[in-house]
Design a protein around this ligand. Structure first.
Ligand code: GCO
Ligand code: MG
Length: 413
């Protein structure tokens, strides 16, 4: 049996997605997510121009060998474009293998280690009153964990704060099209002031604890904006509010920065959504500088690579907290859910439900109930792309924002 056809689907049912389709010579279809927010077409071209022809005729069962062939065979190592392309191939091959076995993918990963997957939702609001409403919506919907982001006085629209009416359905999309809904020609720009943020946020956590008690798991994303010493100070300041995690407190590529943060605080740290390889974590894991691995299956070389990364992390008592915003397609989300269910060192899963339009195009079998997800028991990943439905939604360029300090200096977004 061998790989017979490869197709790269680029569509935009509400937002842009890149999806790989692999078909075997006996007609089994596997799907893989290759979406890289704001840089989608680079991955699509990598797949169609450089990988597709090399895969035709290969034995679809040789997943590890194919992974090594694509990773080592490229000579050029790592990087988000390469690793998202490899991830899509890997996911599609696991989808095929599980469909052939007639089992949901998690069964091939060792079977379920738990009955359900705890998720965290995204609560936000421009001020505390709106944030409180949003958190209340999540608590009422059964969530036991929420990520909280709020506006900072003096700043306009900032990362993570939805402008729509708060509720369990979170419509915040960081990538922007043009104002008329057409293709963007450049990113929008936001303004940032770390000092204002650092003085505002601890009081917000205090109010949340006062209003929602001690049991709610509270998460927060710093989105790479603090210097190491600012992050150390912040992590220490918020200790009394017992965060489940502080995410991306410093720019992620500087692994050594977390030594400073760690040495000053017991606030749990999560990092890794912009990483694409286990090597990005080497210092962080072996020196126990983090508590949660934030990578996405989609951006880190697929199920094969994530399994190895999570097993490595597990040896050091570090748990998973896989990336799950809406720019991870339902295919990528399903891959995460199968791993979440199977691995022992599961921590939590991020969950930002996709829009109804997205879900009309991607047919999913995962289920949500009162704050917990399950990947479902459909053979394979359990997600199928309806290509006819997808054809109605053509790719529209959208970019993540650029961030500037108040004096105009470009800052991390
Ligand atoms: C998160 C992330 C996302 C990213 C987005 C960029 O924690 O979910 O920070 O919101 O900003 O994935 O494409
Ligand atoms: Mg994040």
């Amino acid at each position: 049996m061998s790989i017979d056809k490869i197709d790269v689907n680029v569509c935009s049912p509400g937002r842009n997605f890149v999806t790989l389709k692999i078909v075997t010579d006996d007609g089994i279809v596997g799907w893989g997510d290759a979406t890289l927010n704001g840089r989608e077409l680079a991955v699509a071209a990598y797949l169609s121009e450089h990988l597709a022809s090399t895969l035709i005729g290969r034995d679809e069962d040789r997943i590890e060998d194919t992974w090594q062939y694509l990773y080592r065979g490229a000579y050029w190592r790592r990087g988000p474009v390469t690793m998202a392309a490899i991830a899509a191939v890997d996911m599609a091959l696991w989808d095929i293998k599980a469909k052939k076995a007639g089992v949901p993918l998690y069964q091939l990963l060792g079977g379920a280690s738990r009955d359900r997957i705890r998720v965290y939702g995204h609560a936000s609001g421009p001020d505390y009153a709106a944030l409180k409403d949003a958190i209340t919506g999540y608590v009422e919907a059964g969530y036991t964990a929420v990520r909280v982001q709020t506006g900072v006085p003096g700043l306009g629209q900032i990362y993570g704060v939805a402008t729509n009416k708060p509720g369990a359905r979170y419509d915040y999309e960081p990538a922007h099209r043009a104002a008329d809904g057409g293709a963007a020609t450049a990113p929008i720009e936001e303004t940032w002031d770390t000092r204002a943020y650092l003085t505002h946020m601890p009081g917000i956590f205090a109010k949340i604890r006062e209003d929602f008690g001690s049991q709610l798991r509270i998460l927060h994303d710093g989105h790479h904006r603090m210097t190491p010493i600012e992050a150390a100070r912040f992590a220490k300041d918020v200790e009394p509010y017992d965060l489940f995690w502080l995410e991306d407190c410093t720019p992620a590529e500087d692994q050594a920065a977390l030594r400073l943060v760690r040495s000053h605080s017991t606030t749990p740290l999560a990092i890794g959504e912009v990483f694409n390889s286990v090597y990005d974590y080497q210092t962080l894991i072996t020196e126990r500088l983090i508590d949660y691995v934030r990578s996405a299956v989609t951006h880190t070389g697929g199920v094969t690579a994530m399994r190895k990364l999570l097993d490595f992390a597990g040896i050091y008592g570090i748990r998973s907290g896989m990336h799950g915003p809406t720019d991870i397609s339902p295919v990528g989300m399903a891959a995460a859910l199968h791993l979440d269910l199977a691995i022992h060192n599961f921590g939590i899963q991020e969950y930002m439900p996709h829009s109804d339009t997205t879900l009309e195009v991607f047919r999913t079998s995962f289920t949500f109930e009162r704050g917990f997800l399950h990947p479902g028991d459909t053979p394979g990943l359990g997600v199928e792309l309806d290509e006819d439905a997808a054809a109605a939604f053509t790719y529209t360029t959208a970019y993540l924002p650029v961030n500037r300090l108040q004096d105009g200096t470009v800052h991390d977004w």
